[in-house]
Design a protein around this ligand. Sequence first.
Ligand code: UT7
Length: 340
Amino acid sequence: MNKPQPRTTRLHKPRRTVSIIGTGSYVPERILTNAELEKLVDTNDEWIVSRTGIKERRICAPGEHTSDMAAKAARAAMEKAGVTAEEIDMIIVGTITPDMSFPNTACLVQKLIGNKRAICFDLSAACSGFLYGLEIAQQFISSRACNTVLVIGADKLSGVVDWTDRNTCVLFGDGAGAAILRHRPGSHGVIHTTMGADGEFGEILHMPGGGSRLPVTKENIDEKHNTIKMSGKDVYKQAVTAMVSAANTALETAGLQTKDLACVIPHQANMRIIEAIGSRLGVGSDRVFVNLQRYGNTSAAAVAIALDEANRTGRMKQDDYILLVVFGGGLTWASSVIQW
Ligand code: UT7
């Protein structure tokens, strides 16, 4: 008996290169300064700036949600890429603060941008969500399963921060960043992405409530289970080690060295972490992109907003090599080497 033939020859075609053809970002208008935080908790501007580098962060307006920010970032990326909503085959939203359990945020974004044909899903990898999404997009496009993918990192951490906990409330902010990926002939595009995770350390950065284990009940809310818990020092150590290692692996796999990089765009959580990574990788501060002084840590959005700002301010030219590197709860981490 003859073997059944595959319905598509897609799998037999050579893999395609995948490029970021447009970026966009959005942050809410409302600025929350360190001086304002001094009125909420026992903290001060000097402590926050010297320990973290953060001067202010953005906070959603009442009625403004993760999907609203994500859709605004998406529209900006689509405009930059010259892509219409109907051309998008897949929407991935990296987020730990979806509007609701379901529908997923990607479906909400799909409706807001006016797309009817994309596959839509959220990706929960905390601050690593955008790069995890980038790699999934890369795989789907290079295998020819999709042509155009919209990847978004969006988080509204102001809704899950304990505003009485000075250890965490000074660190986080709201925002969204987006990228459109597609095959672009003549460029290497996303050359390699290294991804990793270690569930052993899950409890050093987590939000225990709101899921099936500690559902939304009055008691669980009173116990503040639906807010971010973090052991800052442990996260700090893990973040530096994991990001340096991921960046080195990504570079080695891509056959590049740090001297080849025009720009390094790290997760925006703490200036001291960023400096430690730069120094261990041997990359001077002039090649490291930083905007956390204005936005704080916006989780999955952080590296996506930074990528868009670096793009818009001309930090990389066409064909330059750049490196993105992220770390977040899970623990999760990732690093991408991209030819722009
Ligand atoms: O996206 C990934 C997620 N998170 C991160 O990457 C965060 C990683 N960790 C960090 O960025 C740092 O560990 C923090 C910024 C969170 C903390 O900095 P630290 O140098 O590790 O400070 P610490 O936690 O050791 O605290 C030092 C002191 C403590 O007081 P005592 O115990 O020495 O008296 C804290 O209670 O600073 C105190 N403190 C504060 N003081 C003023 C903690 N938060 C504050 C604050 N204002 N907001």
